[in-house]
Design a binder for this molecule. Structure first.
Ligand SMILES: Nc1ncnc2c1ncn2[C@@H]1O[C@H](COP(=O)(O)OP(=O)(O)OP(=O)(O)O)[C@@H](O)[C@H]1O
Length: 601
């Protein structure tokens, strides 16, 4: 509930005056509708359908007396004309209010989407390490649309409450006793029906959980479709999917049935209450027939509103878990916030490094409760404009060290100094601005090669793009593509081979003309010929930028000025390539030995 209120407040914050105008509009519309019904009786009397005595009914009596002064032939026309004006005016206002509602509802969703996405972009990298990607997809799609639906329902609920309140006001004016009696019955019914709201909430919890599983499963399955097909495990996945779809079907049917049951109870109860009410009015209170008729007209309009209120509450209760999930994620994003992202950032200057990077006593654990360290007391210097290679077995901590150096994650102990300065907080962004990082899992957008390159360097000219492609030994194959630079790459670049993809990402990295180029297994998928070309290109870059290379294939790092060997999160060897390969007892020469058939020292 607190989360629903939070989002209603947000809606108020977003829509401001529009929401107030909307609420006032609702009251006016309800009021006009009330008057319209109210006028029904004199109209019926005037056209002679009923022989009615309106003298005892407040307001109607006052309205009818002046009408009696109008000549007989005109009276009906005047009353009907007034009726048309009233209803048409109300319909016009209703239309305006629908427009306003649409503006508020869809605008609010855009606002929520933007707020959530911005929050996610502003969160630090460590925040992403603890979460599944599919949970973000789920929140940004399913949960956000449930929140939108819930917020819309909350607005409709407000309309219904206002409408009902105005109608109750009319009814109280006509007969306080009868209205109070009906309200007490309605209240008793609402208390009884609160069980359906609780049930809807727990169904909503299950809906959220199932949507999360669905999105998680789909993401895994489509990412792993090649494995599924090559291992012929389609049947197992189909079984899993069938079971989940069954649960989702049951969940929705269960909710639908819960709503149908509560509506059924409302209908039966309402007919009993209205019947009782008519009986008591006539037999006990001896209410005037015309007055009773008016009240009945009002209540036959009011009752459906009561059941609509119930149904709205149930639907809102069903969406409450989505409000909680969205609010929790927003709160977590806020806690993990590392920067402000705006459409047109006033970008600071990239760091221009003169001496180099120094790691002092870096220690890091991914999970504070675990005893194993990803990095332990790392002390290391990375000289400017030189090539430093980081090698070691899988899981030794190489990528973690890079993440700490560029400030994506913060060490538990120790510090990273750039030219002797600790670039913590905002300063670490200026370091990242001067870094081009090619990860193990190179990422390309579903867009043309040109667009993929320009993402890194929007100002780059065509000639600069070709130069970068030449650097990464990809100019030839790009030239041979049907649309050259304008060839659209498939989803995540799948229409390219692994090596081609790596080369485009490498071109993108150098196009930015970074001060620090980091290659994390960036040439692992290349054949020897292309790898040699890139090695040559890297050699040419030496002295112009600081290069940090992580490589399992040691042939890639032959020209490194410094080699750092990591093992189980610790630096166990450090020195020049030749120096370490000559140390026959050291780990590096053993690693070299294993790859000796590929390496020419
Ligand atoms: N997101 C994470 N959450 C928990 N532990 C992690 C995470 N990422 C890495 N680790 C652990 O930290 C240790 C170092 O991992 P890291 O990825 O830095 O190794 P690496 O040397 O780069 O390995 P590889 O050569 O296989 O990429 C490993 O034990 C790994 O299991």
């Amino acid at each position: 509930m607190e989360h629903l209120l939070l989002y209603i407040k947000k809606m108020h914050h977003f829509a401001g005056k529009k929401l107030t105008v909307n609420l006032i509009g609702m009251v006016v519309i309800s009021f006009l509708e009330g008057i319209g019904i109210f006028l029904l009786i004199p109209v019926l009397g005037l056209i002679g359908v009923l022989d009615l005595h309106t003298d005892g009914i407040p307001f109607v009596a006052d309205l009818v007396s002046p009408l009696k002064t109008i000549p007989d032939g005109m009276r009906l026309l005047v009353v009907l004309g007034g009726f048309i004006l009233l209803i048409a005016g109300q319909a016009y206002l209703q239309r305006k209010q629908t427009h306003l509602n649409l503006d508020i509802q869809h605008g609010f969703i855009r606002y929520l989407r933007m707020e959530m996405y911005q929050g996610l972009l502003q969160a630090k990298w460590a925040f992403y390490l603890q979460r599944r990607r599919s949970d973000f997809y789920n929140i940004m799609t399913n949960e956000l649309s449930r929140v939108s639906q819930g917020a819309y329902l909350a607005m409709r609920l407000m309309t219904t409450i206002l409408f009902t309140a105005v109608q109750i006001g009319f009814a109280l004016w006509l007969s306080a006793q009868l209205t109070i009696m009906v309200l007490i019955c309605g209240l008793a019914l609402a208390v009884y029906a609160s069980r359906f709201i609780k049930r809807s909430k727990s169904i909503g919890d299950e809906t959220s959980e199932l949507a999360q599983h669905y999105m998680g499963g789909m993401t895994d399955h489509f990412n792993g479709m090649k494995d599924i097909k090559s291992n012929r495990s389609e049947a197992q996945h189909l079984t899993w999917f069938r079971a989940l779809c069954g649960k989702m079907e049951y969940n929705l049917v269960h909710f639908g049935k819960t709503q149908a049951t509560s509506q059924y109870i409302y209908k039966v109860a309402s007919v009993i209450i209205i019947t009782l009410f008519v009986y008591v009015s006539l037999e006990v209170f001896h209410v005037q027939a015309e007055k009773l008729m008016l009240i009945i007209i009002i209540f036959t309009r009011l009752w459906p509103k009561f059941s609509t209120l119930q149904s709205n509450w149930e639907q809102i209760a069903q969406t409450l878990p989505a409000f909680k999930n969205l609010a929790d994620l927003q709160k977590d994003c806020e806690l993990a916030k590392e920067l402000e992202v705006h459409d047109n950032p006033a970008d600071g200057d990239p760091v221009s490094m003169e001496q180099g990077i120094e790691c002092r006593g870096i220690t890091y654990r991914y999970n504070g409760s675990q005893s194993s360290y990803a990095l332990k007391n790392i002390n290391l210097s990375i000289p400017v404009n030189r090539m430093t290679a980081i090698v070691g077995k899988s899981g030794a901590g190489k990528s973690t060290l890079i993440d700490i150096i560029i400030g994506l994650i913060q060490p538990d102990e120790g510090e990273v100094l750039v030219d002797g300065r600790n670039l913590a907080g905002d300063d670490s962004f200026s370091l990242r601005r001067s870094v081009s990082y090619v990860s193990q899992d190179p990422f390309l957008f579903h867009a043309s090669i040109r667009e993929n390159l320009l993402i890194a360097a929007p100002e780059a000219t065509e000639a600069q793009m070709w130069e970068a492609l030449q650097f990464s030994a990809s100019d030839e194959f790009v030239r041979n593509l049907p649309q050259g630079l304008d060839t659209i790459l498939g989803d995540r670049g799948v229409r390219l081979s692994g090596g081609e993809r790596q080369r485009i990402v490498l071109a993108r990295a150098v196009l930015r003309k970074p001060g620090i180029l980091i290659l994390d297994e960036a040439t692992s998928a290349l054949d020897s010929e292309n790898e040699a070309k890139i090695q040559g290109a890297l050699d040419r870059l030496r002295g112009r930028m600081t290069i940090i290379v992580i490589a399992h294939r040691l042939s890639t790092i032959r020209s490194a000025d410094q080699v750092v060997v990591l093992e189980k999160g610790e630096v166990i060897q450090r020195g020049g390539y030749q120096q370490l390969s000559a140390d026959m007892k050291g780990t590096f020469s053993k690693l070299l030995h294993f790859q000796s058939d590929k390496v020419v020292p």
